[in-house]
Design a protein around this ligand. Sequence first.
Ligand code: BGC
Length: 756
Amino acid sequence: MSAAMVAGALAAGTLTATNVLADGGGASDERALAPVRGAPDRSVERRVDRLLARMTTEEKLQQVQLLSDGQITDEDARAGVGGVFSLTDPARIDELQRIAMTESRLKIPILFAFDTIHGYRTIFPVPLGAASSFDPDVARTDAKIGARESTTVGIKQIYSPMVDLSHEPRWGRIVEGNGEDPYLGSVFAAARVKGAQGDDYSRPDRAITSVKHFVAYGEPEGGRDYDTTDLSEQRLRNLYLPPFKAAIEAGADTVMCSFNAINGVPGCANPYTETDILKKEWGFDGFVESDYTAVTETINHGTAADDAEAGANALMAGTDSEMVSTTIRDHGEELLADGRITMKRLDDAVRRILRVKFRAGLFERPYVDQAKAVDPASFLTPADREAARTAAGRSMVLLQNDDRTLPLDPAKNTAVIGPLADSQHDLLGPWWGRGEDADVVSVLSGITAGSTGTTTYAQGCALSNEEPADYDPAEDCPSDAGFAEAVAAANAADQVVLAVGETREMSGEAATRSTLDLPGRQEELIDAIAATGKPVVVVLLNGRPLTLGDVVDSAPAVLEAWFPGVEGGNAVADVVFGEVNPGGKLPVSFPQRLGQVPIYYNHEPTGRPCDVTQKYNSRYRDLRSCDPLFPFGFGLSYTTFDISDLRLSRSTVSRKGRVVASMTVTNTGDVAGDEVAQLYLRDPVASISQPVRRLRGFERVTLEPGASTTVRFTLDASDFGFYDNRGRFVVEPGEIQVYAGADSTATLTKSFQVTR
Ligand code: BGC
């Protein structure tokens, strides 16, 4: 996929040339972005106006209320509550909707929502895994099936995609996003929106997406979930906002504001991000819902004295719908009377919610097809399973394969070992929707099914699936008591699949870890099994970058499988036995040690770049390297590739012009395989330091042995330019360096000049 295709067809780029400021020195007073939306549909607007004109203040205050499944009552439905989330019983959904449609005065349908993050019942790989595919079709298919299954039970809005860029592997929610790169994140954000919504989300099998968490929720201090973020304007705009904008350009009509504060201002009471940028600058005309109790939590943030003030701040900042806390509904009348909120703003919030409900066709089709909703054949069909299996295979990243240990021979005898080898539960990862453990193909089952030899099993040790209140890290793989049995199984077999990693409870919301090591004594287990000298592949099941130095020292082959979803075990078998040649790439850097965090490829340069042979520079005294263990974009294959012949269509380009960069990818090995051609840019001299590399194009290609292909990327001002600290998009004259290769350390380079 070229940069131009991404920007155009997927609407996933950041800017088009016409939006870009263009004065010689890169300075201008103009705002950079044209509104992303076209003209509103007049008939929808008329219906909104007519309905709004009939609403009482009380009904408006109900409409901006969003309640959980545990909160909602018949009385709320009768009073005209706006939305309900996490309720997935189709009969109860219809019951509440019938009350809203027949017993409420204005008969406004309720919008039902759910966290369909990587599947509803058919659970796909976790989003960080999907991003590793560098194939937006993986995310698109996941979202499409998730939307179909969700809408089947009456869910019309999904709280996805989560597009929070993060440099924080300690943070459990890094698993829900697309990693550390804004370009990759934008492509995947758009793909998920298109997958779930299609071109028209009123279709019965399509769902409205809510892009979250607006914004910069991915950089909490210390990695502690919900913690504060302090951010420069240029980073906000160059790193964190682009995936949101890409999602909105792709059609996302709802946005969830975030728990965290940026520069002291909470995400759901932030007029700058919610109103100035999102609504005014970008022209977003859908609605913003708060995150769970985020409005009342502004009291804890210390920016509101009480619920009334919290509600007033949130509404006036641009939050349109309040999740779980009820400050606006409870205090709205008094706030209006005091002039602390305005009717104009309340009307605007209600208008936005109604607009989305009309666009969704909810007034015409408020009810669930109950027969279909309770028919097991509506969910997790054989085709859905096949799609999940393909997605999981494409998401796996081969980190090490010494002596071509992989693929293993399916005809030989395989020992399947490890605390996660026979787990169904953990393979779903966090946010498993309505996926069920019993649906899952474990690694053991997958290997057994994929092998014609015998398969034996030994757990070695166990991990704890307890939730925080009862969790004791000392219970994770606490002893070596089971190691002897595991070693005996390895010795008796020809080859070993060793499944280690994290439990699903270790990732996701409120699951920050203070270490990135494999929990418990798993590394010792790996050492013990590797010492048998058998061909061993370590299969990692986890939701974040881990510190794997000792693992790669010990095990000949290491496969990053993430939490691969319902078909995870089959997909592991496909890759391990060579049915699928792995082609995934890391969407996030893996540090050597925790102390390197944050470490990411697209960092700004320093005055004293890292040099381990010298003292006075930006390095660690106790590390003999400046690098992560595995860089962004890295991943091996069972074959080898060469990327060569980087060409640029021109050596100078005006700020409104385009340059085509091409490269040749050749499969130099002896089996068919996938490579991801990657294109990075650097602006070496700019008014503010520019990242040492920025991904601006990628394409995953499949090549037979000996075959070559040429991959082209069209670059324009959206690629050459950047946001400055005054929030302006600037394109400065001067050199742009281009790097082509198979990961972010690519050395093949050329450059062109941007002219005035
Ligand atoms: C999470 C959101 C989620 C919401 C509703 C919150 O705790 O931060 O991502 O959509 O709950 O379940």
